[in-house]
Design a protein around this ligand. Structure first.
Ligand SMILES: Cc1ncc(COP(=O)(O)O)c(C=O)c1O
Length: 389
């Protein structure tokens, strides 16, 4: 049976983690891994999450099955955070195993509605987007989104791609904190895009994985909300794994805005049926934590404050880099944990071997891997390999 299989490449970032761990040098810097780090280099459990786990330990009386939709109280409690005002009966959702599960379920929903539909994706993007889209039999159509050399978001290329698309086509959009570019649309661009999508009949599929880690909880949802206001149908893949620090618990949700309440119920029944054949039911613990936080005013306030602090930390690192090297000032205008620097493979290699600075081979850096105090050393290491040129 298995002799037809070919070896698949290991995750390059995981290999980097091993190299970093085994590097004995003092002051080594890890900008590779894609998780939030605090000032001590740890990825801590948030205090609100710990408190919620304590509550669950005391109050949980069963581990019985929940159903393919997961915990619908969790799904509802998250709605005001994602949509602002009550989005009404046109919005339905189910709980998913992380944002990845939401993307996969969303892609399968699209494939069920329109087999082989075209999904426009701007490059560069999160490396899992294209395989997920292809795995569900959808057609991937790439267009440029961000030019790494000039650090410019190519809004014109996005509008050309959407302008040439039509009903039955989908465009995948990063809701905020673009991974790996850090480049987000501004409000005027979201407005213009919403109008164009409406005019062309193209359906947006929003990947909202980092709400609160860019400009703030409200501002990071503005683009998504604009699309929901303006369009008849929107699909949103949401992750709580980053903004609640619940990575390994796998917490997310897939939401859909449909033309009316009846259509929304049909969509939801399809989401549940698709979930059933994928994972049957999502894991509960992480969603139960989020639910416990959001059901309690004090825990919600604590979570919001902690999230704000995380965002502030990343913004402070970005500002420090911009101040230390004015030619990297663009980093202070980008959002979220990631940026991608136009480094050559040789520069990336020398940063690792000569300066103990670790980053992805693409030049993507996780700003949360730095403390403000590390910035001078980081900028010096860049200069030593001739960057910026
Ligand atoms: C852009 C983007 N979307 C989705 C995800 C998936 O997140 P999760 O860990 O919740 O599956 C990630 C994770 O890195 C991401 O960067």
């Amino acid at each position: 049976m298995f002799e037809t299989l070919t070896e698949q490449p290991a995750d390059a970032l995981l290999a980097l983690i091993g190299l970093f761990r085994d590097d004995p040098r003092q002051g080594k810097l890890d900008l590779g891994v894609g998780v939030y780090r605090d000032d001590t280099g740890a990825t801590p459990i948030m205090k609100a999450v710990k408190a919620a786990e304590g509550v669950l330990l005391e109050t949980r009386t069963t581990k019985s099955y929940l159903g393919p939709e997961g915990d619908l109280v969790f799904v509802d409690l998250l709605k005001p955070i994602v949509f602002g005002a009550d989005p009404g009966e046109r919005v339905v959702g189910v709980q998913t195993p992380g944002g990845t599960g939401a993307l996969r379920l969303g892609a399968e929903l699209l494939a069920a509605a329109r087999p082989g539909a075209r999904v426009l994706v701007g490059t560069p993007t999160w490396p899992n987007h294209a395989p997920i889209i292809r795995a569900t039999g959808l057609e991937l159509a790439l267009h440029p989104f961000f030019d790494v050399a000039t650090q410019r978001l190519d809004f014109a290329a996005l509008t050309v791609a959407v302008g040439a698309a039509g009903p039955g086509d989908v465009v995948l959009l990063h809701g905020c904190c673009h991974n790996p570019a850090g480049a987000d649309l501004d409000d005027a661009e979201w407005d213009e895009l919403a109008e164009l999508l409406a005019a062309r009949g193209v359906t947006p599929f929003v990947d909202l994985a980092y709400q609160g880690l860019g400009r703030g909880l409200e501002a990071d949802a503005r683009g998504t909300r604009r699309l929901v206001e303006r369009l008849p149908e929107v699909l949103i893949a949401y992750s709580c794994d980053k903004n609640f620090g619940l990575y390994r618990e796998r917490v997310g949700a897939l939401y859909a805005l449909a033309a009316d309440a009846a259509a929304a119920e049909t969509v939801k029944s399809n989401m549940a049926a698709l979930a059933r054949v994928n994972w049957s039911m999502p894991p509960d613990h992480g969603a139960a934590i989020v639910r416990t936080v959001l059901e309690d005013g004090e825990l919600t306030a604590l979570w919001r404050a902690e999230l704000l602090e995380m965002g502030d930390r990343v913004r402070a690192v970005r500002a420090a880099i911009a101040a230390a090297e004015p030619r990297l000032a663009v980093l202070a205008r980008q959002q979220g944990m990631f940026s991608t620097l136009p480094l050559t493979p040789e520069q990336i290699r020398r940063l690792r071997t000569d300066h103990a600075v670790y980053m992805a081979g693409s030049g993507r850096i996780n700003l949360a891997g730095l403390r403000v105090g590390d910035v001078p050393a980081f900028v010096e290491a860049l200069a030593a390999v001739g960057f910026p040129g």
